[in-house]
Design a protein around this ligand. Structure first.
Ligand code: AMP
Length: 289
């Protein structure tokens, strides 16, 4: 595989490269990441390589999406390793801007995704999703990608990005890809690097809770309150784990389901593990009836 992979940090340079590709009718696929790449990211890159002629991976730890007591400063940044992975995967450009490149001191304008940015993960992380949407909107405006690839791991995030593209008439089509998991079921995440091997085993209880709910629904249990109690008890009875939230959401609206699951839905979960650092993990799964 051709391993020429340019690293671009200047937004105007990135814009020019993308404009040139568009002028020469080459389709552009974007994978937006915060780096510390793993197989989940690589699955998105692989799909972008299949579907578009040019692949850009952005690596940007976006300060706008971190709250005050979150891990912005300690977020892992193994750039050389990421570069090697991108080269091997056939990425054309890594867009790696500094925060000040995207948000100069004069920067004021933010995207607001409305009601849904305040629910689920947004309740625990106020401002998070608007920070994500603002950064993604800037990336999309710079590159005007044909396609952009996001993981179902961040289900609420990809829903909100699709909503932004629809509402603001952005021309980019959003494709979502399945969650890539470790052998024990734990959803891959850059934040798993905060966990010791034992915690990585414990944290797989999120996936096992999803499997238990899927099983219960298959066996005819459809009361959301009972299924949510089951989820909470499975997670909270795992030593070291503490549930942040569990919700069943409608696939079309992302709003909470009523008393009964009578149509396919998504179970969204977040939980904390450990004390120092206290790590917040998310997961989700399709619940089919
Ligand atoms: P992040 O670097 O965590 O911001 O993630 C960048 C992109 O990779 C997002 O679209 C995530 O949803 C996606 N992603 C992260 N983890 C996984 C995973 N385990 N499986 C699939 N996609 C993932």
């Amino acid at each position: 595989m051709d391993d020429t992979c340019r690293i671009v940090s200047s937004p105007s340079k990135m814009h020019k490269i993308a404009q040139q590709w568009t002028l020469t009718e080459q389709s552009i696929g974007v994978v937006a990441t915060m780096g510390c790449l793993h197989k989940g990211h690589l699955s998105l890159i692989e799909e972008a390589r299949k579907r578009t002629q040019k692949t850009v991976v952005s690596i940007f730890v976006n300060p706008l999406q971190f709250g005050q007591n979150e891990d912005l400063d300690t977020y892992p940044k193994p750039f050389e390793r990421d570069l090697e992975l991108c080269k091997k995967a056939g990425v054309d450009v890594i867009f790696h801007p500094k925060a000040v490149d995207l948000y100069p001191s004069s920067f004021q304008t933010k995207v607001d995704g409305g009601l849904l940015t305040k629910k689920y993960c947004g309740r625990t992380r106020p401002g998070h999703f608007n920070g994500v949407l603002t950064a993604v909107h800037i990336l999309f405006e710079l590159m005007k990608p044909t396609l952009a690839f996001f993981g179902e791991k961040d289900f609420q995030q990809s829903f909100l990005i699709k909503q932004m593209c629809r509402d603001l008439r952005l021309p980019t089509e959003i494709l979502t890809m399945p969650i890539i998991r470790e052998a024990n079921g734990l959803a891959m995440s850059s934040r798993n690097t905060y966990l010791c091997p034992e915690q990585q085993e414990t944290a797989a209880c999120l996936f096992h809770a999803i499997l238990s709910v899927q099983n219960a629904v298959k066996n005819g249990y459809t009361k959301t309150s009972e299924l949510l109690s089951l989820t909470a008890s499975l997670i909270n009875h795992t030593p070291g784990m503490q549930l942040d939230y569990a919700h069943f959401v409608d696939l079309k609206t992302l709003l909470p389901l009523g008393d009964n699951i009578n149509t396919s839905a998504r179970l969204l979960l977040a939980a904390y593990i450990g004390d120092n650092p206290r790590v917040r993990l998310i997961d989700n799964g399709l619940i089919s009836v």
